[in-house]
Ligand binder design. Sequence first.
Ligand code: CLR
Length: 264
Amino acid sequence: HDLMGIHPYNHLEDPYSMYPHSLRNIDELCASIVRSHRETSQYRVEELQALKWKVFSREEYQAYQSKSVDEMWQHCAIRLTDAVQYVVEFAKHIPGFRMLSQNDQIALLKTGSMEVVLVRMSRFFNTENNTVFFDGKFAGVELFKSLACGDLITAVFDFAHDMCALKLTEQQIALFSALVLINADRPCLEDRGKVQRVQRSVEMGLTHILHRDNQDSLMHKLYQRMAVLRSLCSLHMEKLRWFSQRYPLTAHSLFPPLYKELFA
Ligand code: CLR
């Protein structure tokens, strides 16, 4: 179980897990979420900016498009799992997360990790040519043709495009990602009350930085995006079920264990 490593300090007192009452605590809460985001985001914005000129050639597009459905699914599942791994690392450092039971940590990651990957995708997205950084270069929707789920890919690209339009700062992305993850409305939670307290503290953090940035009106838009995220993730699960039915062997033996553990 790859997720077993997420709870080694459950028994320790986490000084930041208490919901913040003073402004100083809110600042500290925001600072640790931002730090955790920075340390698990793989690439800095400036690095991605500098890589924008790297786009796949026609030949490279053809090579991806001529892969078999199961070969391309396996390839993407590996890339996605890698991204999820970083989100798990991010979650572990959200103040209060490690104080939740192992069951609740896993329940939150099961439903939220893919959503956070999609929020993070906006950092890896170039709106000038609608491409995403994948396998070392920028790729358009057509590169993913052999997955045979064009509707999902188009919806995911549209979402990234819309997120980019909000022009969020790295701090805003960090707090929004934490809020997507720590959601007391997720199914199968043991201690909803505890999750709710952590959620309230993250909500306060996001409200605080939006207010400080003079962008209070973004809150409403971000809640709307959370609804879109939910529908994208159920579409992803639907596609995964379709794929597993058609290619049970690939899904069973060639998908990364963490991908199966979280989404199967
Ligand atoms: C998201 C941000 C992460 C880095 C990263 C890694 C893998 C990328 C992902 C980002 C965005 C979405 C992505 C994915 C690989 C495949 C997937 C491009 C950039 C596309 C949408 C295909 C999904 C296929 C499933 C149905 C298997 O920090």
